[in-house]
Design a protein around this ligand. Structure first.
Ligand code: A3P
Length: 330
């Protein structure tokens, strides 16, 4: 089903870290089992690691249940935020359990154990053993996700974020969580050249945008959560066939606000950072909840890089009707 190519370019090697095995580009040419959308699907490819190759088929053939809830994103698009929101909405706002069980255990990141070398758990087995309804996080592109998603049709929430802010957020994330210690410019070059884990980024979004009309898909934007959370909460509640009062939604919005989530040890990824720190033997001095803003690229990226990113985004979006939310237009 899959073929792959080792990524041996100078840039791919420079940006990879000791936390992973070698980067590979995984290809899936036959995508005929994927759902139809507005756009004809092209053969799919994604940057992962040689370690991931061991489980690519296992993931593709994973058993999916109708009551599963999948949270799918490109990295740094507000996955954690979406996970906490979705878990609470799907669990009748059970703040008590949410405070007692870490989000990484309530909503399991399926493939993390297969690109971080020596990750202590088999995270695919953890997904298999989750009590139902299982909440599952993945950054995999559509074509690498379990095939049964398209026949069993559980709910999938997809969250997009403007790539300019993703670039900044991913850069900090790679440095602190993956141990990247090269220049910032090299990482940014590699991202533009699609030589970083999970690239290509824009095709990832377009493949889900393409099927947003399906009843089991909800497509949301990070910037909408930031600017009009109440509307997003209503949309997500409707998607889960839940009805909450204005007061309940207000309390939920407060719980999900950056300031509150940043201090919430059960949802701010403290446990994940501790686990990753143990892998490297170094305490990770980084707050996963970093800035939490729409538009942070403005003071963290140069105008030259932003212009190149703009050209790249425009080229990738040509011929589609998808638009990222722009801070200036919000
Ligand atoms: P920044 O690095 O720009 O601060 P992911 O969970 O996909 O890795 O995304 C992480 C990004 O989402 C980080 O962005 C993080 O700060 C932001 N984030 C997490 N929770 C948030 C919240 N409650 N409100 C706003 N942003 C949040």
């Amino acid at each position: 089903m899959f073929s792959h190519k080792l990524m041996e370019s100078e840039l791919a090697v420079a940006v990879n870290t000791e936390a992973h095995s070698q980067l590979v580009e995984i290809f899936r040419n036959d995508t005929s089992d994927l759902p139809d959308g507005e756009r004809k699907l092209e053969p799919a490819h994604c940057v992962l690691t040689t370690q991931y190759l061991q489980v690519a088929e296992r993931i593709l053939n994973l058993t999916v249940y109708e009551d599963d809830v999948w949270i799918v994103t490109f990295p740094k698009c507000g996955t954690t935020w979406t996970q906490e929101m979705v878990w609470l909405i799907d669990h009748d706002l059970d703040y008590d359990t949410a405070s007692k069980i870490d989000l990484t255990r309530r909503s399991v990141f399926m493939e993390i154990g297969w690109f971080f070398k020596a990750f202590p758990h088999d995270t695919i087995a953890a997904v298999e053993n989750l009590p139902r309804p299982r909440h599952i996080k993945s950054h995999l592109p559509q074509a690498l996700l379990p095939k049964q998603l398209w026949t069993v049709k559980p709910r999938i929430v997809y969250c997009a974020r403007n790539p300019k802010d993703v670039a900044v957020s991913f850069m900090h994330h790679y440095r602190h969580l993956h141990g990247y210690n090269g220049p910032q410019e090299t990482f940014l070059e590699a991202l533009l050249a699609e030589q970083v884990l999970y690239c290509p980024q824009i095709k990832h979004v377009l493949d889900f945008w393409n099927i947003r009309h399906l009843d089991n898909i909800l497509f949301i934007h990070y910037e909408d959560m930031k600017m009009q959370m109440t509307d997003v909460l209503k949309e997500v509640s409707n998607f889960f066939k839940k009805s909450y009062t204005d007061d309940q939604l207000k309390k939920l919005a407060e719980h999900l606000s950056f300031a509150v989530m940043k201090k919430n040890p059960s949802a701010n990824n403290t446990l994940l950072l501790e686990e990753l720190g143990k892998l490297t033997g170094k305490k990770i001095e980084f707050e996963f909840m970093r800035r939490g803003e729409a538009g942070c690229h403005k003071d963290e990226l140069t105008p030259e890089y932003l212009e190149r990113l703009r050209v790249y985004i425009d080229q990738q979006l040509q011929g589609t009707n998808f638009k990222y939310r722009e801070v200036s237009s919000i």
